[in-house]
Design a protein around this ligand. Sequence first.
Ligand code: AMP
Ligand code: FES
Ligand code: ZN
Length: 305
Amino acid sequence: MKCSKWGGTAVIKMRQHRRRLCANHFVEWFVSMTQRTIEKHGMFGHADRVLVAVSGGKDSLALWDVLLRLGYQVEGMYISLGIDEDLGYSDTSLAMCRRFVSAHHPEAVLHIVDVEKEYGQPIPTLARTKRRGRGKPCSVCGLVKRHVMNRLARDGGFAAIATGHNLDDEVAVLMQNTLHWQTGYLARQAPVLAEREGLARKVKPFVRIYEREAAAYTLIRGIDYIYDECPYAKGSTTNFYKDLLNQLELRSSGAKQQFYLQFLRARDSGSMSFAAEQGIELHPCRQCSQPTTAGDLCAFCRLWE
Ligand code: AMP
Ligand code: FES
Ligand code: ZN
């Protein structure tokens, strides 16, 4: 298999872009695709300080690496959730983030928030105590991560929070939302969520990157990451939709990309409009001052009561 650019040995075939690239040209393509996405959606500029949420997985570490290589002012944030002490999922993930810094960017800043140390309980225990999520801590975990990310971004004066969500993640959520016609969620699903009344700006610079491309990038760059996913993600609905979409992609290359990009185009052109959550007022939580739509205490503070 030959590189489409110069005839050297290609390491990856990207059917949806009708390209096969060698290691060097692939890395060049990957970095420039991220840069174009950042510019196209006006995510942030070189003068902005950006907080990248790193989980120790391939997407977020690849993202941190690319943003540093592009010269952005970016600092990492790892939230230790205390998941599966036996298997050490959280400890291993943190070790991967630390290894990334020491091996690739010793000058980079990594902020670490340990949920148990700061708030009193690890996520699985908290979810069990609260009997939320039918034995799965995922919804509690999502709520805590959103709160902590927002807190760090606000306290640190960051212009945006960047996450490693890739095209496979986005398209799986899109399919889920479409199948259920969750119009409120569809209205909000976007590469950029603007800052709003105490909610930090959120951006996803990898929305054009397929998961296998992020994996190829980390492999070529020699970035070690945690291969296992969170033990609670096994058998999740999102993974089920990802499998379905991969089958579709095998039959029709570019299907995932088309589905996602045409959705964004249709919505942005106004040919498809969904009632956003207009009229939903946000006010500061009495305890933590983060914005909430609930009563005087936000969902996060109620969790710890
Ligand atoms: P996930 O929901 O696990 O697919 O993760 C989506 C994105 O959220 C990742 O790419 C990261 O940017 C961020 N993220 C997930 N888990 C953590 C964590 N423990 N600490 C910081 N960021 C995280
Ligand atoms: Fe939060 Fe799995 S990462 S429950
Ligand atoms: Zn609160």
